[in-house]
Design a protein around this ligand. Structure first.
Ligand SMILES: *Cc1c(COP(=O)(O)O)cnc(C)c1O
Length: 407
């Protein structure tokens, strides 16, 4: 352990002990403590430097402490932070217009976390079903996918297929039909006259960066149109240039009815989430029917607004597309006997290990020792998602370590 001249600075092992003692054990972190960050780099209390190849599950697409976003945060903190929606404020309306234009939708509903945005989408689809489609009371059905990840609320875990996330949280919320992902026939067969919506991730992130076959999203769009059903895309992890386009659904040239956003919308500094839809859908919300005390707060709005500016000004969509291709190509070229598959889009990528290679944690720990922070998802998949501001040189530095560890 390095020198800790300042007595107030706790060592990594002291901090991990405190975490284990006083913090609930609902996570199993890699054994590294982060106490400082800038761009793609993070440091532990002993001063060791690492490259962040997780980006807080894609919440830090714009890089740690992006100067434009931090400036917006600091400036606004000196002016106005929270009003609640009981009053108008001068930042939410401007941000609403900006996000509406960014998404191409007519209306925005602001929340804080991704799970809250998903809950909002569920509510809007159900209301639309009863009020616009004419589904009988309490009969609305939403089709969701196996291996989905949409958050942690009791309703959302009700339709999870991951026993670790779901077990012993019942009684579960009814009204969801789970079908196989990447299977259009399964969706068609699950549709009834009470189906109000289909909710899915355009790429399944937590499932291990599972990219559906080309034409899948287009097929879902067609099924929705044919059956008068809403299409809700959960872009919480895939949105905001992570996969090489503003949103992952754009790879197939389709437009969903409901866009669910979070994570990088807050630029890695503040929880900001939102749902975008056109008036015929979002219009079902009336005063008092939904809301959030912190949703649309001025501090979050200026942060999110700056977060969008960074994505646009720095062309992070093009960068993600280009560097992502390069990254996958290099991983494939390493030709490792331990790797079964390399997959992903833009800078959201995963290496799937062969059974005989052992647990992914062995490799993520070895990479951590050498200065690359990546996290396994399941026991045999390693996800790589560096901040989108990463340079080719920085990526090459990480690739050398990754290749070394996986060879
Ligand atoms: C992370 C995530 C969520 C949940 O977001 P929280 O902010 O953790 O509530 C929802 N959907 C997807 C696809 C995610 O990756």
């Amino acid at each position: 352990m390095g020198c800790c001249c300042n007595k107030n600075i706790k060592s990594s092992s002291e901090l991990m002990n405190l975490d284990n003692t006083y913090g609930a054990h609902n996570y199993h972190p890699l054994e590294v403590v982060i106490s400082k960050a800038e761009g793609v780099w993070v440091w532990d209390p002993e001063g060791k430097k690492y490259m962040d190849c997780l980006s807080a599950y894609s919440a830090v697409n714009q890089g740690h402490r992006n100067p434009k976003i931090i400036k917006a945060l600091k400036d606004q903190a000196d002016i106005l932070t929270l009003t609640s929606r009981a009053f108008y404020n001068d930042k939410w309306p401007v941000f609403a217009e900006k996000l509406a234009k960014y998404t191409g939708k007519e209306m925005i509903l602001p929340m804080n976390t991704g799970a809250e945005a998903v809950e909002t989408a569920i509510k809007v689809m159900r209301r639309w079903g009863y009020e616009k489609k004419g589904v009988p009371a309490d009969q609305a059905e939403i089709i969701v996918m196996e291996e989905n990840f949409h958050g942690r609320t009791t309703t959302i875990v009700s339709f999870s297929t991951d026993p670790v996330a779901k077990n012993n949280y019942g009684p579960y919320t009814p009204g969801f039909k789970v079908v196989k992902y990447n299977d259009l026939k399964a969706v068609e067969e699950a549709i009834t006259s009470n189906t109000v919506g289909i909710l899915l991730e355009p790429i399944q992130g937590e499932a291990g960066v599972f990219v559906p076959h080309e034409g899948y999203l287009k097929g879902i769009r067609e099924i929705c149109d044919k059956n008068n059903v809403l299409f809700a895309c959960d872009e919480v992890q895939t949105g905001f240039c992570r996969t090489g386009k503003k949103f992952a659904f754009m790879h197939e040239g389709i437009v969903p009815d409901v866009i669910i956003m979070g994570k990088a919308l807050g630029g890695g500094v503040f929880p900001v989430s939102a749902v975008a839809a056109n008036k015929d859908v979002m219009g079902v919300f009336t005063p008092g029917s939904h809301g959030s005390t912190f949703g649309g707060n001025p501090l979050g709005c200026v942060v999110a607004s700056a977060a969008l500016d960074v994505l646009i000004d720095e062309k992070l969509d093009e960068k993600s597309e280009e560097l992502g291709k390069y990254f996958r190509q290099k991983l494939v070229e390493m030709n490792s006997p331990k790797v079964a598959e390399v997959r992903g889009r833009g800078l959201l990528n995963a290496v799937v290990l062969k059974k005989e290679a052992g647990k992914a944690r062995i490799y993520t720990t070895a990479m951590k020792e050498r200065g690359v922070l990546a996290k396994e998802t399941h026991e045999w998949i390693i996800r790589f998602a560096p901040p989108l501001v990463v340079t080719k040189e920085e990526l090459d530095w990480a690739l050398e370590i990754i290749t070394d560890v996986l060879k």
